[in-house]
Design a protein around this ligand. Structure first.
Ligand SMILES: Nc1ncnc2c1ncn2[C@@H]1O[C@H](COP(=O)(O)OP(=O)(O)OP(=O)(O)O)[C@@H](O)[C@H]1O
Ligand SMILES: [Mg+2]
Length: 348
């Protein structure tokens, strides 16, 4: 009895949901019935033939709907599976042969959603890491300033042997704090697309000699010779002078900071359509494994060494963004204990 009910139910479902194809069946049956009526002289034979045609159409409708239901259920099963994260790879998505076309589309959709989700997770991870890094970097100078001020308040202010020293130290940390905040503001402006660029042709020779001059003192303090090799006097390159100043200062300061002895050289190599600006040092060098990571925010090869020279690891991230905003790419070559060379091209 149960089986009979089930078959009847199934039939009812398939039959009634077959209504979506009813118009096509009627449009097909009417002309055929008309032809039967015209060509079969005997009216009872014609009537029987038309009845058979109708019956066959109903059976066909039932069959087609049954097949359609099965296919729809198959698609539903896959969609539910995707929703419940049952698939880890698109190759696990399999539909019957008649649905191979849609199978490819579903696979592509699955891949796209998977990639989007992974990308969002990555962004979330980067955001969390960034926040953790920022808090950590802020904590160091704030704690130090707090420490010096507390010590001064607790009596050291009257001790002429240490009071100036403590104030100088506190002042040094406020400078780090202010550098960090400036770098953070730059990074957030760049990454939110708010950095306005103003491109112009400018004389690279005048420009570089003035930037190098500004950093001469810093190099002298470390006994490092900072050398600028003058470029073709008439060479004009295309870029945003202000933003490029940040790039050059960062690269030259890094070269000085991470060089113990020797020299830092700045030069321009002229190519047919470009001028390549190079900053070369004879410093510590960067291990090969770290080379691809030094442009990440807060990444420092030797954290202790970088912090000791007041670095926060944001400099090269800013450099990379600015150089890329010029449609160029920052390149780096380095050998441990021999030195590093950073360079990028600007349009002529
Ligand atoms: N010329 C270089 N020679 C050796 N190592 C370098 C050089 N330039 C950068 N690095 C390494 O890459 C890291 C990242 O450089 P980046 O300029 O981003 O940060 P930083 O100099 O530590 O801090 P900041 O520039 O924010 O003050 C540095 O900490 C350092 O380890
Ligand atoms: Mg730096």
């Amino acid at each position: 009895m149960d089986t009979v009910l089930k078959v009847l139910n199934n039939f009812k479902l398939n039959f009634f949901s077959g209504k979506f194809y009813l118009i096509e069946v009627i449009l097909f049956d009417i002309p055929i019935s008309f032809i039967i009526y015209l060509f079969v002289k005997n009216s009872s034979t014609a009537f029987s033939l038309i009845l058979i045609l109708l019956f066959a159409s109903i059976l066909l409708l039932y069959y087609i709907r049954g097949k359609r239901n099965k296919e729809l259920n198959e698609i539903k099963r896959i969609i539910n599976g995707i929703r419940k994260n049952e698939f880890s790879d698109s190759n696990e998505i399999r539909l019957s042969d008649s649905l191979s076309n849609i199978q490819e589309d579903i696979k592509k959709m699955f891949e796209k959603t998977k990639n989007d989700i992974e990308y969002l997770k990555k962004l979330e991870r980067i955001r969390t890491e960034f926040l953790a890094n920022v808090s950590h970097e802020l904590r160091t100078p704030i704690f130090a300033i707090q420490g010096y001020i507390e010590t001064l308040l607790n009596g050291a202010i009257n001790d002429s042997k240490v009071n100036t020293y403590f104030l100088e130290k506190a002042n040094h940390h406020t400078l780090s704090l202010s550098n960090l905040l400036n770098d953070l503001i730059d990074i957030s402006m760049i990454e939110s697309g708010e950095m306005k660029m103003s491109f112009r042709y400018f004389n690279i020779n005048d420009y570089l000699s003035s930037v190098v001059n500004e950093l001469k003192m810093m190099a002298e303090e470390k006994n490092i010779s900072l050398i600028y090799y003058p470029a073709n006097e008439r060479l004009q390159l295309f870029g945003d002078k202000n933003k490029l100043k940040q790039v050059m200062i960062n690269l030259i300061q890094n070269a000085i900071k991470y060089t113990e002895k020797g020299k830092v050289e700045v030069l321009v190599v002229e190519e047919t359509k470009f001028g390549r600006i190079i900053v070369k040092d004879s410093g510590y060098g960067i291990p090969e494994n770290d080379l691809s990571r030094i442009f990440e925010r807060f990444y420092r090869v030797d954290k202790a060494r970088s912090r000791a020279v007041g670095g926060t690891g944001l400099g090269l991230a800013i450099v990379k963004h600015i150089v890329e905003a010029h449609g160029s790419r920052i390149e780096v070559k380095s050998k441990i204990d021999e030195g590093s060379e950073f360079s990028f091209k600007l349009k002529k």
